[in-house]
Design a protein. Structure first.
Lengths: 195, 366
């Protein structure tokens, strides 16, 4: 997944990773794309890991807003599989494309066939590798499908520049093109604000 | 002696013979600066860290003084501590205007051979940083690996990164702000009025101890959180019941009076006045029409900002403002808000998150 995201990131750019976790993606991009990275994270143990990797990190909750970031101040804003855990994904999307000249957003696809089968035949909320939590303890409160996310982009002023269809381990799978909304486990989008 | 103590430490003195001009336009005809050092300077001379003190601190940062007193940050500075003296050469100095050995209101004014007292010129954070740079030269250090401080000390670290970008690699700014709020200045003003209103202020033979004690009592409350005070004192009574008088009844009264009194015996009122003014005047963005991000453009130091959740004297919001300016200036900055019930005083107390953030940030070498 890091490599795939790296392909979308310009060398020497300024990159903001929202929900940067332990900083591995930014460390990778720093090493391979020579970017100037900044991460946002609220988990102090993960912040500690960022500092260990020499990744700059700000202790900030995305849900409490991103208004402290200037318009178009980053070459790329990354949100890797966390938009579905936000309280207001639509506000986050608008903010992301305001702050970043481009944005890279990945989502777990809730309309994947495994999820559909679990719901239809199992009659339970789907649990998968991409979505490993029980319904009551999941941080993923705004799950969506590819179709849903693409509609969100249309409705909230984001143009989709690129889309990659992936398995949950981040591998590109060309067969998914047959029926993306059914087969894809994780989708990676490159978007920007509509002119 | 335990292996985490520096043991007895020695105070050294640096004499600056030339005149030293201050931001106020006044000049000091040279000055003395006392300092302590811990750990060893390595051969490359690239492991020196300056620790700047806050309002009532001094050069005795760690270890035991001659009268067996622990330094104000002894919990965090020493072998294998957050500021590891096995790795770093750590310097603490007493700032100009202080009352613990460096030139200040208690020093003799060479112009009239009398103690300066209230005539000691106003100093600023910028003046301090300039004087600390003379100490750096005196110690033969090519640059500081890091400049660090909490509260007013953090402001010095920030000023260092702005004034001498080539001479500091990293800064750690803890529980500080880019400038004081009106509320914060207001607390300082009450502290000053307490001292200035003391009948012994400017008396020839008596000290304004009551006023200084009051100032400290007020300050002390603002360094603690509501929760911390509730936890520590609650409504506990000294004698278990009220006796309908103005004597000490509640534990918290007793504590505050004790704090005020002991502080007034070890600190100088003129220095206290001066230090509060240094805080009030601090506003590095002044040089750029209040634009902090522009002010920070010249900074090259990697920056770590730390704030504490229950600190209301220098709240996390002030540190966030600082972080935002660093981000806007496209600087290398990290910010951590640590959960702590201890209010502003939290910056003096070690904790796992706090210590390891500092340790890791200092350790990470490019």
């Amino acid at each position: 997944m890091n490599k795939l995201i790296g392909k979308f990131i310009n060398t020497n750019g300024r990159v903001l990773d929202l929900g940067c976790g332990d900083g591995s993606l930014l460390a990778f991009l720093k090493e391979n794309n020579q970017v100037k990275g900044l991460g946002l994270e609220i988990d102090h143990q993960k912040i500690q890991k960022c500092l260990q990797k020499d990744v700059s990190v700000i202790d900030q909750d995305i849900d409490s807003g991103l208004s402290n970031f200037q318009d178009q101040s980053f070459d790329a804003v990354i949100m890797s599989q966390s938009i579905q855990a936000l309280r207001k994904p639509e506000v986050a999307l608008e903010e992301i494309i305001r702050i970043g000249k481009e944005a890279i957003i990945s989502i777990p696809n809730f309309a994947n066939w495994r999820c559909r089968l679990q719901l239809i035949f199992g009659g339970t909320m789907p649990v998968s590798s991409a979505l490993p939590h029980d319904w009551y303890s999941t941080p993923n409160i705004h799950l969506c499908s590819l179709k849903d996310f693409e509609k969100l982009c249309v409705d909230h002023g984001a143009d989709i520049l690129d889309r990659q269809l992936l398995s949950f381990d981040g591998e590109e799978q060309s067969f998914m093109k047959v029926a993306p909304n059914l087969l894809t486990e994780i989708a990676l989008y490159r978007v920007k604000a509509r002119n | 002696m335990s292996n985490d103590s520096l043991g007895r430490v020695e105070t050294k003195s640096f004499m600056h013979k030339d005149s030293f001009s201050l931001k106020s336009g006044k000049t000091l005809q040279g000055f003395e600066m006392v300092y302590q050092t811990y750990g060893e300077l390595n051969e490359a001379k690239d492991n020196a860290i300056l620790i700047c003190h806050a309002l009532s601190g001094n050069h005795h940062v760690a270890g035991l003084s001659e009268d067996n007193k622990k330094g104000w940050w002894d919990d965090m500075v020493g072998p294998n501590k957050a500021f590891d003296t096995n790795k770093y050469f750590i310097v603490g100095c007493n700032n100009l205007g202080g009352c613990h050995g460096s030139t200040g209101p208690n020093s003799i004014n060479p112009e009239n051979n009398m103690a300066y007292g209230s005539s000691f010129p106003m100093v600023t954070v910028g003046d301090w940083v300039k004087s600390q740079d003379l100490l750096r030269t005196h110690l033969g250090l090519p640059y500081w690996y890091a400049v660090v401080g909490g509260s007013l000390g953090g402001m010095q670290a920030l000023q260092w990164s702005i004034d001498f970008p080539d001479l500091v690699k990293k800064i750690v700014v803890i529980a500080a702000a880019a400038k004081l709020s009106a509320q914060n200045i207001a607390f300082n003003e009450i502290a000053r009025q307490a001292i200035l209103a003391d009948p012994n202020y400017n008396s020839e033979d008596k000290l304004p101890k009551t006023g200084l004690g009051l100032a400290r009592m007020l300050g002390h409350i603002t360094y603690l959180s509501d929760d911390a005070m509730r936890e520590k004192f609650g409504r506990d009574m000294k004698k278990g019941e009220v006796n309908f008088s103005y004597d000490v009844e509640f534990e918290v009264e007793s504590y505050l009076r004790y704090q005020g009194e002991s502080f007034s015996n070890r600190f100088d009122a003129h220095t206290y006045l001066l230090m509060t003014k240094v805080l009030d005047y601090f506003d590095p963005a002044e040089s750029h029409e209040g634009d902090l991000a522009k002010t920070l453009k010249s900074v090259t130091a990697k920056t770590l900002l730390i704030a504490f959740s229950s600190d209301w004297r220098f709240s996390p919001e002030r540190s966030r403002e600082l972080a935002n300016a660093f981000i806007e200036a496209e600087k290398d900055v990290s910010f951590l808000e640590i959960d702590s019930p201890h209010g502003h005083d939290a910056f003096l107390m070690p904790s796992e998150t706090y210590d390891s953030a500092i340790e890791t940030f200092l350790d990470k070498n490019e």
